[in-house]
Every structure is written in C-alpha cells, then in structure tokens.
Design a protein around this ligand. Structure first.
Ligand SMILES: O=C(O)CCC(=O)C(=O)O
Length: 268
C-alpha cells in the first residue's frame, strides 16, 4: 500500500476566547475550513487506499460496527481505528497541526501535552445506517479518566442527506449515561442509549469537505443514515492528555461485555 507524501500546505486557523466560551457552554465548535482542498484531496486518496485493505471482521482492520465481530459482509458503517498506523503522514498535515492547536486551547492544556489517535468512519452509499445517539466516553476504557476532545472532518460535503453529525448542546455537562450494544448483542461494536432522551434542541451540523467539528466526549450526538448514492467518508481525530488510571473502575458494564465478546471473536 503506497501512500504519497501530503502536499506542502501553509494554512493556519486558530480560535480565541469567544470560541472557547462557546465550546465550554455547548460542548461543540464548528470550524468551516481546517485545511485546504489540496490536502483534503490527498486525504481522500489515502482513505481510498485504506478502504482496499483486506478485512478481518475485527477492529485491527476496517470492520462493520453494525454487525457482529467476524462479519466479512460489505460494511454498512465501517470503522478503521488508528489509521495513523498506516498513514503516519496525517501528523504532517495542516489539518492535524491546526486541529491539535485548537484542541489544546479547548482542553485548556499546553500543546506539548496533547496526544492523538484517529478513526475513520465510512457510511456506504444508499445503505450507510444511522449512528445512534451516544457519548464517546461510553466506549472508553473503564479503568481510565480522560480529558479529551474529538475533531471530525468529512472528506466530502455532509448534510442531513448523507449523515452529518447532530449535537445536543449543553449535554456534555451531564454524566456518562447508560448505553447498550445495538440489538443487545455485545459482539456488535456500535452503542446506543439505554433510555430514550429528549432531542428537542439538537442541531444538525452540515460541513463542507475539510470543515471540522470539535465535540466533548460526553456530548450526546448522532449521525443520520447516508441516503445518497456516494459513500460518506469521515476522518475523526481524537486529542487528549495522557489518560489517568482510576482507583475504581467506571460503572460501564457494556464496555466489559463488549471486550469479552471481542476476546471470544478473536479466539475463533
Ligand atoms: O461519523 C459518524 O457517523 C459518527 C461519528 C461519531 O459519533 C464520532 O466520531 O464521535
């Protein structure tokens, strides 16, 4: 798999106090352009290359978060964790530099303390399913505390027709609520809320290719299905300070059930 070097891009975007205050109140922030069209074109090519990798049905490669681990059917919602394993050049992009600097400001920590990992989320043309309402922290290790922020970038225009994100402003101020695996099957990676919530006041966040939305790991958010005849490609980058070991694990039994189901799938 040969991925070219990214183009040299000199593009800087930053935020100030007003954006930091908006994020503190609402739990999200939208940046219309985090990089240039040339760099997005390079990312799209890298993404296309990653989509050709042989699937294992497991999270070490692109896998379908809507089907039990091991499924090799064409993914409805495909996810590749840590694409920087294969495309380390992502950390040489203007997108990454700008996103990390803005993330440090929103986390209110020194830039040099900000670590990174990413994930690609792909919704198939015509049948890319919906991403249920959830909080990102509900997926994470129960033995760690996190100070983190997600930075989500579409590789093409997104709106309500192809699965843009929706945010519930202010919901990041609450705790992590109960989640469950879709279909109550812990071998299905994707989570949904255990209880229905009132989503009155939720905002859709359409973005151009190369736009970026930041969101807090406790912000309730959702993405609709992809009803268009083109795949919806998103490249998410997570920025965080080093996770801190907890003295008692967080009460998130669905995470432990998911880990056990994955361990079983890896043994078969
Ligand atoms: O891209 C999607 O459909 C959902 C993404 C998401 O929930 C996230 O990155 O936190």
């Amino acid at each position: 798999m040969e991925i070219a070097a990214p183009p040299t891009v000199d593009f800087e975007v930053d935020i100030g106090r007003a954006e930091m205050d908006f994020y503190a109140r609402n739990g999200y922030l939208v940046i219309d352009a985090i990089t240039t069209a040339d760099e997005v074109a390079w990312m799209r090519d890298a993404y296309a290359c990653l989509l050709t990798r042989t699937r294992s049905g497991l999270p070490n490669e692109f896998f379908d978060v809507t089907r039990p681990y091991g499924s090799l059917a064409s993914p409805s919602i495909g996810q590749l964790l840590m694409p920087e394993r294969f495309v380390p050049q992502i950390r040489a992009t203007a997108l990454w530099r700008n996103a990390r600097r803005i993330a440090a400001r929103l986390l209110e920590v020194p830039l040099e303390t900000v670590e990174h990992w990413g994930h690609l989320i792909f919704k198939a043309a015509n049948d890319g399913g919906e991403t249920p309402w959830h909080q990102d922290e509900a997926y994470w290790n129960v033995h760690r505390d996190y100070h983190a922020i997600a930075a989500w970038t579409p590789m093409q225009h997104v709106d309500e027709s192809n699965g843009c994100l929706w945010f519930l402003p202010g919901s990041h101020l609450g705790p992590v609520v109960a989640h469950r695996h879709v279909g109550d099957d812990p071998s299905v990676h994707i989570l949904e809320l255990a209880e229905r919530i009132d989503t009155e006041g939720a905002v859709a966040v359409p973005l151009m290719a190369g736009g970026m939305s930041f969101h807090h790991p406790r912000l309730l958010h959702y993405a609709g299905p992809n009803r268009t005849n083109r795949p919806r490609l998103a490249w998410a980058n997570e920025f965080q300070t080093a996770p801190v070991q907890r003295s008692t694990p967080a009460d998130r039994p669905w995470v432990l059930e998911g880990e056990a189901a994955l361990a079983r799938a890896m043994r078969t």
